[in-house]
Design a protein around this ligand. Structure first.
Ligand code: UFG
Length: 323
């Protein structure tokens, strides 16, 4: 039975992945500082140590307490806007915190890590479907830290033979199919929770820009259900175990949907209409961000199972309306 250390295992994607790991029979140790994670999300069967990955000593103690076989590293700062006025916070958490993990792995001879990267590494792609080989030109500091950490992983492979799989997430969305678990955030910036909140409150929803060079003028994104994302991590761990080789994969559906289309679908699902107002463009939004997912489907035999727009929206709506 393998023991997996999951950093950020109380967070949105982390906690769904922990559930899946436990279901598959892994022993899971979560480290999380609960700055954005939530105890409510956390699987009771997992061991939990509340700590910040910047606390090197506390982190190394966990490595000596448990016999860790591999790491799945979610813990990090993820707000694009915040990264543009507080870059140091992003450097500290996403680079220095990550480095503490790599050093603890090195000292304890742990050789495999799955890393939560982001489509933000691409910046504004010049193709409608972006493949892993496309040019990486982040347009925000958050994306830059993800790219730097990917590069650090490459060096730790060359120098210390630590093998990694970087998963570049597109737009994570959705909730447990029965609505029992989902996103909990102090400050919500993501389109689906905001849209449902506006529908519930009967307030107008703002679309940030309708003059983009897309089919209806609004931004096109590739929404990926959190359960499909969780599955990609399990496959990435097996890949490392079986191939002893580092790799990078996009995790997306290869299908894009515009903000306007999302609003239409949300109205259908909720049976409620919402007033729309067109607001100015949000700085740093690429018009299109859709994955070419050929590599992950061929190499990891991964397929999106829950990522059709209706399943994403229905599950998220159930979660919003939980008792
Ligand atoms: N949007 C609106 N109104 C809102 C909120 C969002 O129109 O109230 C639009 C955005 O402008 C964007 C789309 O909805 O066009 C999706 O926005 P999100 O904030 O939900 O997601 P992003 O595509 O901006 O962000 C995602 C991830 C980030 C990652 C980024 C890469 O959440 O972690 O993709 O560009 F960095």
């Amino acid at each position: 039975m393998q023991t997996i250390l999951v950093t950020g295992g109380a967070g949105y994607i982390g906690s769904f992945t922990v559930d899946k790991l436990i279901k598959k029979g892994f022993i899971v140790v979560i480290v999380d500082n609960l700055s954005s994670g939530n105890k409510q999300n956390m699987n009771e069967k997992a061991e939990f140590r509340e700590l910040d990955i910047l606390d090197k000593e506390a982190l190394e103690k966990v490595f000596s307490e448990f016999n860790i076989d591999a790491v799945v590293h979610f813990a990090g700062k993820i707000e694009v806007e915040e990264s543009m006025y507080d870059p140091k916070k992003y450097f500290d958490n996403n680079i220095l915190g990550g480095l503490n993990i790599l050093e603890a792995m090195r000292k304890n001879n742990v050789k495999n890590i799955v890393f939560s990267s982001s489509a933000a590494v691409y910046g504004i792609p010049n193709k409608k479907k972006v493949s892993e080989e496309a040019e990486k030109k982040p347009i925000n500091f958050y994306g830059q830290t993800k790219l730097w950490f990917e590069e650090l992983l490459e060096w730790y492979d060359k120098i210390h033979e630590i093998k990694s799989v970087c998963l570049r997430y597109f737009n994570a969305a959705g909730a447990a199919i029965d609505g029992s678990k989902g996103e909990i955030r102090k400050k919500e910036t993501h389109v689906i929770p905001i849209l449902f909140d506006k529908i519930q409150q009967q307030q107008p929803f703002s679309i940030f820009g309708d003059d983009y060079p897309t089919r209806d003028g609004t931004c096109v994104r590739d929404y990926i259900h959190v359960l499909d994302l969780a599955d990609a991590h399990i496959r990435a761990l097996s890949y490392l175990e079986e191939n002893n080789q580092s790799n990078i994969f996009n995790v997306g559906t290869s299908e894009g949907i515009s903000v306007k289309e999302l609003v239409e679908q949300a109205q259908k699902i909720t049976g409620q209409t919402t007033q729309i107002q067109i607001a100015p463009r949000r700085p740093g939004d690429p018009p299109f961000l859709v994955a070419d997912n050929t590599k992950i489907t061929q190499t990891l035999n991964w397929r999106p199972r829950y990522s059709d727009v209706s399943t994403i929206l229905e599950s998220a709506w159930k979660w919003m309306n939980r008792k």
